[in-house]
Every structure is written in structure tokens, then in C-alpha cells.
Design a protein around this ligand. Structure first.
Ligand code: ITT
Ligand code: MG
Length: 212
């Protein structure tokens, strides 16, 4: 693995929320990030793997083979216990192809509203209900096209799905993801706080450890 020797690293993603988090974390190592949004002609990558890890490898390899540079890819999502682990690898398109974050959040609350089991925890002081235990998962794949080698890690964070959104930070399902250990939703954290606690922060920390 040529490792991360270049100052600039290409992330095989079109998700600007991920790009901002990687830019924040990697700037501490003096690195700049580029993403597929910098190459609008690059075709969409078909993410048809059965697992987060498979999809991360698919994205890293597609971009790494095309650009012939070391590429980092992130496949991530939300597992909701009372929905049997859904939306899982379908997190990005839970509300259908081309779904928006707000569409996916609305779909998640609609699916949880169909269940009539007990809440997963006591309501918060303001009456917010905690509907289910849940987990964010992030799989990272770093791929070197000159050797065909992958370095892969996974990070997770546990929390609850709240019945109403909170916070303006982060992206995706962050406004509905309640962190009992902090008493805040993921979208209420700064980038630095999210990096310290999140699935992506943990996966990146492990990746950097493996490369040492
Ligand atoms: O595939 P790329 O181009 O990287 O971008 P994407 O948004 O499609 O990313 P994924 O395929 O990995 O799908 C991840 C889904 O899970 C959500 N997600 C991932 N990480 C998240 C986080 O840190 N906070 C909130 N939601 C997250 C995200 O909004 C997507 O709906
Ligand atoms: Mg995707």
C-alpha cells in the first residue's frame, strides 16, 4: 500500500456531508480531500453489494482503477433494531431512488409509527419519545490500484431514533439519532464532537492506526 503519502486524497463519494467530515479529520494530518463531486463526468457507481464492506470496496475500486491513485471509500448507514436492521445497506435510498435526507427521515418515522410496540426508552424531559435502539455503521476501504490491495475498517455508534428532529449539523439521519451518553442528537454536535463519537470517526481512527 502506497498509503496516504500524497498531500491530497481522493474520496470516492458524492456525499458532501461525508466530504466535510473527512476534510475536517484529515486536515489535522495536513491533508486535503478531493471527491467525485470534483469530477462531474465520472459515472455513478452502482452500489449493488450485500454488505457495507462490499459496497465500500466497489466504490474504492471503481474510482481507484479509473484515476490510478490511492482512493478512500465510505459505505455507511443506519440499522434500526425494531425494523429488523433496516434500512441497513439501503439507507441512502430508503424513500426510493434519488431520495433526499428529509425524505429518508420521513420514511423512517413513518415505518416506526406503524409499529405498536413499547418505546425503547423513557421519553426525554420535553416529551420526545425514543422509538427504537439503532446503530450507525461505517465501513471504510482504502484501495491502491498499483497493488490491488485493500485496507478495510468498520466503526459503529449506538443510540436511539427519536420521534422528532433536533440540530442543524451533520447530514442524513443525524437529526433523528439520539445519543443518550451525550444527551444530544448527532446533528447537535460540532464536527469535532461528531468525529470523536461517530461510526465514521471510529472507522477512520482504526484505518490510520492500521497504516502506522
Ligand atoms: O455512496 P456515496 O457517494 O459515498 O454517498 P451516499 O450518501 O450514497 O452514501 P452511502 O451509499 O454510504 O449511504 C449512506 C446513507 O446513510 C446515511 N448516513 C451515512 N453516514 C451518516 C451519518 O454520519 N449521519 C447520518 N446519516 C448517515 C446517509 O445519509 C445515506 O443515506
Ligand atoms: Mg451511495
Amino acid at each position: 500500500m502506497k498509503e496516504l503519502s500524497d498531500k491530497r486524497i481522493l474520496i470516492a463519494t458524492k456525499n458532501e456531508g461525508k466530504v466535510k467530515e473527512f476534510a475536517h479529520a484529515l486536515s489535522k494530518l495536513g491533508k486535503e480531500v478531493a471527491s467525485l463531486n470534483d469530477y462531474p463526468d465520472f459515472p455513478d457507481i452502482v452500489e449493488d453489494g450485500d454488505t457495507f464492506a462490499a459496497n465500500a470496496r466497489i466504490k474504492a475500486k471503481a474510482a481507484g482503477d479509473a484515476f490510478q491513485v490511492v482512493v478512500l471509500a465510505d459505505d455507511s448507514g443506519l440499522r434500526v433494531n425494531s425494523l429488523g436492521g433496516a434500512p441497513g445497506v439501503y439507507s441512502a435510498r430508503y424513500a426510493g431512488e434519488g431520495a433526499t435526507d428529509s425524505g429518508n427521515n420521513a420514511k423512517l418515522l413513518a415505518e416506526l409509527a406503524k409499529l405498536d410496540g413499547a418505546d425503547a426508552a423513557e421519553p426525554l424531559a420535553d416529551g420526545t419519545r425514543l422509538l427504537s435502539e439503532a446503530q450507525f455503521v461505517c465501513t471504510l476501504a482504502l484501495y491502491d490500484p498499483s497493488t490491488g490491495e485493500f485496507v478495510e475498517t468498520e466503526g459503529t455508534v449506538d443510540g436511539y431514533i427519536a420521534d422528532r428532529p433536533r440540530g442543524e449539523g451533520g447530514f442524513g439521519y443525524d437529526p433523528l439519532f439520539w445519543l443518550p451518553q451525550l444527551g444530544r442528537a448527532m446533528a447537535e454536535l460540532s464536527k469535532e464532537e461528531k468525529q470523536q463519537i461517530s461510526h465514521r470517526g471510529h472507522a477512520l481512527e482504526q484505518l490510520l492506526d492500521k497504516l502506522k
